[in-house]
Design a protein around this ligand. Structure first.
Ligand code: ADP
Ligand code: ADP
Length: 218
């Protein structure tokens, strides 16, 4: 199974990715998590992208395309993978196609901007695993601690309200054109085209999960 999850920042991609990856036994390729790990490690890549990420802008296409292409070549991706946060621009989507990487399904999770602000202000993350919580909607068992490791959760600096608004603008300008790109591709009904679905993400986590599993099939 090769899946792309699309949707604005805070739509619930990471949350649902964890379920789907466990269900289909495929790795989650979250470009955001990969970049945050690089920043944490203070690697050359991390140093290059730190300020860009903090501002809510996108990292240059060539940097991210190289990172994803390398990741997909790894052994654990042979049976499939889920892309969370990539592609985010038309050149990124085109690069996937040009590399001959076929896909089964592209799914948009739709959530209104007003709800996004609420979701991201309460988001807490476990940096090492990428597990995501929400103070009110999806709390960890012990406040401020990851359920599996007990390690502290953090609030991302790009989840502050002003930066979130900027990220939403960036999403509307640079990423929403991908919805038409994949819808058109699916409509061509060529054998290799992925299916395209758009689902309502303004439902409870469990409900969104059930809808996804229903669409993708067991
Ligand atoms: P969210 O899902 O909340 O939007 P991510 O964790 O996916 O956030 O991304 C955080 C930041 O990492 C983005 O704002 C951007 O700076 C960078 N980033 C992640 N994925 C990409 C990508 N595919 N292209 C460019 N920048 C990216
Ligand atoms: P994305 O990866 O698309 O940026 P996340 O999965 O990190 O989004 O979710 C953003 C925030 O919203 C997190 O705090 C998460 O716990 C919460 N969340 C995710 N899905 C839902 C939902 N269906 N209802 C309410 N809150 C949700």
């Amino acid at each position: 199974m090769r899946i792309i999850l699309l949707g604005s920042p805070g739509a619930g991609k990471g949350t649902q990715a964890k379920f789907l990856c466990e269900h289909y036994c495929i790795p989650q390729i979250s470009t955001g998590d990969m970049l945050r790990a690089a920043v944490q490690a203070n690697s050359p890549l991390g140093q290059q992208v730190q300020a860009i990420m903090a501002s809510g802008a996108l990292v240059p296409d060539e940097v991210i395309i190289k990172l994803v292409k390398q990741r997909i070549l790894e052994q654990d991706c042979q049976q499939g993978f889920l892309l969370d946060g990539f592609p985010r621009t038309l050149p990124q989507a085109q690069a996937l196609m040009d590399a001959g990487i076929s896909l089964d399904a592209v799914i948009e999770i739709r959530v209104a901007d007003e709800i996004i602000i609420q979701r991201l202000s309460g988001r807490r993350v476990h940096l090492t695993s990428g597990r995501v919580y929400h103070q009110d909607f999806h709390p960890s068992r012990i406040p401020g601690r990851d359920d599996e490791t007990g390690e502290p959760l953090i609030q991302r600096i790009d989840d502050q309200a002003d930066t979130v608004r900027h990220r939403l603008d960036v999403y509307h300008q640079q990423t929403t054109p991908l919805l038409k790109f994949y819808a058109d591709l699916a409509a061509e009904q060529v054998a290799a085209s992925p299916q395209f679905f758009s689902i309502d993400g303004n439902q409870a986590v469990e409900q969104v999960r059930a809808t996804l599993l229903q669409l993708l099939g067991d």
